[in-house]
Design a binder for this molecule. Sequence first.
Ligand code: PA5
Length: 470
Amino acid sequence: MGDAGKKDIVLDYSNMMAQAVGSDHGLLQGELDGLKTRASVAHTRLMELKASGKIGFFTQHEMDTTPIKKYAAKVRESYENFVVLGIGGSALGTIALNQAINHNFIPLLTKRKRNGYPRLFVADNIDPDQFEELLKTLDPKKTLFNVISKSGTTAETMSQFMIVFDMLNRRLKGKWKKKVVVTTDPAKGILREVVNEFKLDSFEVPANVGGRFSVFSAVGLLPLACAGIDIDGLMAGAARMAQRCNEPDIMKNPAYLFSSLMYLSDTTRKKPMLVMMPYSSKMYGIADWFRQLWAESLGKRYDLQKKEVHTGQTPIKALGATDQHSQVQLYVEGPNDKAFCFLHVDKFKTTTEIPHVLEDKAELGYLAGHSLNELIKTEMEGTQYALTVHNRPNMVIHLPELSPYTMGQVIYLFEHATAFAGGLYNVDPFDQPGVEFGKNYAYAMMGRKGYEALRAEIKDKLKNIPSRLL
Ligand code: PA5
């Protein structure tokens, strides 16, 4: 870990405030201070959930990672490919952290250049063509499949598993069992039953850790360790952020400050959208992971008193500098209905100089002698400036560098911020009835036993919608 890797990430929220973007769109310190009573109730509730052990993400970084590391060492010796079968919270964190920390073109590297680690693939969708392409490309003898589903019932993941189960059985006969490792609930669910019946290797998703908060359980840590990522570095970063997030005062707690800024922007400044925009391709997956966390946790029909409220700020992912040539026109001049959060890497691993060529051309010569590092930083500052002078509230999270330690901080920061925002909105951030609604539709329409009445109800509802085709 370099020196920069031991440093804390920093939130710069200057441009969220009225001094920067005017009081119609920016916040006043008095409003943050005025949130203190609500914040204190939310803090007390979180601390109770933590102390009672009902919600487990708070302490995941304290887990003993030894069994995962031991297993990963064996995988490294035996496999060329490691394939995750999972969706949503069972996939997005792994994709994000692998992209942020690992070499992004690993499948193109030789085993030696990969330091002997297998290539990691995450099959998080059921596009028949893409799944077929993946299975047809991998040699099953050299591939380990990690089936990840907390519930063990998610139709997408379980269908993938059934296809892989059949393929391995046909091609490897009795040896197929060694090619599957399962991550699921410690006791409940059909997947645990399958583990027991076929004596498969398995890891646990603790019962008190929900899907989108589970990246620091075996859900994320096993694939990441198998891909060669320093999972203890991640845990150390998370532990550091957890320590910073113990503070009850919202002005001193980075997670509470982030949620308070976004909650106030949404509810008092008409900012129902939050654009998460890393200026780093390697962190694009973090914006995607965050999108699920913020959306599923806060987008709720009912509050804690069962009153209909329809809360939630829509998270949008964007990528700097790429989306300056796609979205920023809208962000700067379109409706002023968004808050922005940039993710900035202060020190990239590489410094890529722009060479002294074509200097005689005035339109290009000014770039020579600078670096891509300077350019991407200046581009972000340009977007910040454009948003600010157009009165669009924006903030930056600075990462000293991209490392397991800083990414551990980022993940924990957003998890804790999301849980706290649930308190501010007065909703349960840990359930997802809307997701279950869609899952139940799939069960009913695909003919799952026990869902016959729902199937009839759906058909009845749909028959009243006249079909209009062109
Ligand atoms: O956050 C959640 O609970 C969901 O997004 C789940 O992660 C997702 O639906 C997959 O569920 P499971 O792990 O049970 O297959």
